[in-house]
Design a binder for this molecule. Structure first.
Ligand code: ARG
Length: 465
C-alpha cells in the first residue's frame, strides 16, 4: 500500500523540505466544508448513475458526517504527509469506511475538485461581503441623514472650494459602495459555475451527470470547457480586483477621517474604541483603525497583482502554480470582511463638530462662485463675472474679511475695474453669499441642497430594502 495517493510510481520519497514546500494543507484546510460538500454531491451523482453502489454512497455519507464532526470539534488530525485538504479528507474517509472511500475519487481529479472547492468557498465569502456592505450602507445613511443640512467646506486640491453638506459628502461614499456591491454581485455570477466533471483536464469516460451536481451544489451552470475549468482562476482575480476597489474607497474615506480628526482641522472626533494612545505622549489619541484600513489596502492590491502574475505565464491546463492562489485569496476576503465589519461600527461613532466645519467655510471664500453666478443672472457674461469676483476676493484678502462682511459700497468698489459689474450688485446679493443660500440653490438631482441629500438618502434606503 503506497504511503501517498500517487506514490506507487516513485522509487524514493520526497525530502521533508519538498514535502513542506509542496503541501498546502495548512492553508487549504479552510476549504474542508466545501470539499466535503463537493464530495457528497459527486458521490450522490456517482450512485444515481450506477457508477458506485448505493451502499458505497451510504458509507461515504456516514464517513463524511463523522469527519465533519471531527473538523468542527477541532479533533481532525491534519497531516502534512497527505499534502492537501483533499487527500487528508479522502484518506480519513478510507480509514473510516474502507473501499467506499477509495471509490469516491472515481471520475474526478483534484484539479476539478480544488477548482470547485475554491468557487464554493468564494461564493460564501461574496455573500458575506454583500451582507456586510449592506450593514455599512445602513449605518452610513443614518449618519448622512443626521447631517443632511450640516454645512462643511467642499474641497478641490484640498483648498476650500464650495459649501457642501456633510451628509452629501458621506453620500459620495455610499455611491462608491453601491458600485462595489454591484461588482461583487456581478463577479459572483462567474464564480458560480461548476468545474467538477472536468476531471484532470480532458473530462472523464464515466457516464457522469454534471448538471445534477451543479444543481446539488447551487451552481447556476457548468463550466463548458474542461481545460478552462481546471486551469483558469480569473474569477478569483476578479474578486481581488473588486476587493481592491472597495478597499481603495475605504482607504480614501479613512484618509479623510484621519485628516478631519487632526486638531488642525477638527471636523470630527472618532469614538475612543477605534483609537489608541501613545506609549510616550500622554495626550495622544491616534486614529489607528482608519490608518490600518489605508495600510491594508496595500496588501489587497498586492494580492491582486500576485494572482495576475500567477496566471499570466501558465500554459493550459492545470499547473501546480495554481496552489498559490489560495493564500492571497483568503487574505483578501479576510481583510475585506474585517474592514467592512469595523467600518460599519466605526462610522456610527463619528462625532461631528459642526462649529469647526462652519468656521472653515469662512476662511476660503466658499461662496465666491455664488457671487459670480449672481452677476451672470443679472446679465454679466460669466468670464467678466469671474474676473469681478476675483478682484473682490483680492480686496477681501487685503482687508482680511470674508465676502459677506463687505458693505454694498465696498463690494461695488472692489469690482469697479470690470465694466458693468458694480451696477449689477444690489442689496439682495447678501442672500446668495450665505452658506445656506449657496447650499439651497444646488437643488438638482445629485446636488448638495439638503432636500436633494434627503432625496438621495430616501432612494438609497428603498434600494436597500
Ligand atoms: N492542492 C492542489 C491545489 O491547490 C490541488 C490540486 C493538485 N493537483 C495536482 N495535480 N497536483 O491546486
Amino acid at each position: 500500500q503506497p504511503a501517498k495517493a500517487w506514490s506507487g510510481r516513485f522509487t524514493e520519497p520526497v525530502s521533508d523540505l519538498v514535502k513542506r514546500y509542496t503541501a498546502s494543507v495548512f492553508f487549504d484546510q479552510r476549504m474542508a466544508r466545501q470539499d466535503i460538500r463537493g464530495s457528497l454531491a459527486h458521490a450522490k451523482m456517482l450512485a444515481r448513475q450506477g457508477i458506485i453502489g448505493a451502499q458505497d454512497l451510504a458509507d461515504i455519507e456516514r464517513g463524511m458526517t463523522q469527519i465533519l464532526g471531527e473538523i468542527e470539534r477541532g479533533e481532525f488530525g491534519w497531516n502534512l504527509d497527505d499534502e492537501d485538504v483533499h487527500l487528508n479528507i479522502e484518506k480519513r474517509l478510507t480509514a473510516l469506511v474502507g473501499d467506499a472511500g477509495k471509490r469516491l475519487h472515481t471520475g474526478r481529479s483534484r484539479n476539478d475538485q480544488v477548482a470547485t472547492d475554491i468557487r464554493l468557498w468564494l461564493r460564501d465569502a461574496i455573500d458575506q461581503i454583500l451582507a456586510l456592505i449592506g450593514d455599512f450602507q445602513k449605518n452610513l445613511l443614518d449618519v448622512a441623514e443626521a447631517n443632511a443640512a450640516t454645512p462643511m467646506p467642499g474641497f478641490t486640491h484640498l483648498q476650500v472650494a464650495q459649501p457642501v453638506t456633510f451628509g452629501h459628502h458621506l453620500m459620495a461614499y455610499y455611491e462608491m459602495s453601491r458600485r462595489d456591491a454591484e461588482r461583487f454581485a456581478d463577479c459572483r455570477k462567474r464564480v458560480n459555475r461548476l468545474p467538477l466533471g472536468s476531471a484532470a483536464l480532458a473530462g472523464t469516460s464515466y457516464p457522469i451527470d454534471r448538471e445534477f451536481v451543479a444543481q446539488e451544489l447551487g451552481f447556476d451552470e457548468v463550466c463548458y470547457n474542461s481545460l478552462d475549468a481546471v486551469s483558469d482562476r480569473d474569477f478569483a482575480i476578479e474578486f481581488c480586483a473588486a476587493s481592491a476597489l472597495l478597499m481603495t474607497h475605504l482607504s480614501r474615506f479613512s484618509e479623510e477621517l484621519i485628516l478631519w480628526m487632526s486638531p488642525r482641522v477638527g471636523f470630527i472626533d472618532l469614538a475612543d474604541r477605534f483609537c489608541t494612545g501613545s506609549s510616550i505622549m500622554p495626550q495622544k489619541k491616534n486614529p489607528d483603525v482608519p490608518e490600518l484600513v489605508r495600510g491594508k489596502t496595500g496588501r489587497v492590491n498586492g494580492s491582486l497583482i500576485a494572482l495576475l502574475t500567477l496566471m499570466k505565464g501558465q500554459p493550459l491546463a492545470y499547473n501546480k502554480d495554481n496552489q498559490e492562489d489560495k493564500e492571497p485569496l483568503f487574505d483578501t476576503a479576510d481583510t475585506v470582511i474585517d474592514t467592512l465589519r469595523i467600518y460599519a461600527d466605526m462610522i456610527t461613532g463619528i462625532r461631528v463638530k459642526t462649529d469647526a466645519m462652519r468656521d472653515a467655510l469662512k476662511q476660503g471664500y466658499a461662496t465666491a462662485t455664488d457671487l459670480a453666478d449672481y452677476l451672470v443672472k443679472n446679465g454679466l457674461p460669466f468670464r467678466d463675472a469671474h474676473e469681478a469676483v476675483a478682484l473682490a476676493v483680492r480686496a477681501a484678502d487685503v482687508k482680511g474679511c470674508d465676502l459677506p462682511q463687505f458693505s454694498l459700497d465696498e463690494l461695488r468698489a472692489a469690482m469697479a475695474h470690470v465694466p458693468g459689474a458694480a451696477e449689477r450688485v444690489n442689496d439682495d446679493v447678501f442672500a446668495v453669499l450665505t452658506v445656506e443660500g449657496s447650499l439651497a440653490s444646488r437643488k438638482h438631482i445629485g446636488g448638495t441642497a439638503p432636500e436633494q441629500v434627503r432625496a438621495a438618502i430616501a432612494r438609497a434606503r428603498s434600494a436597500l430594502d
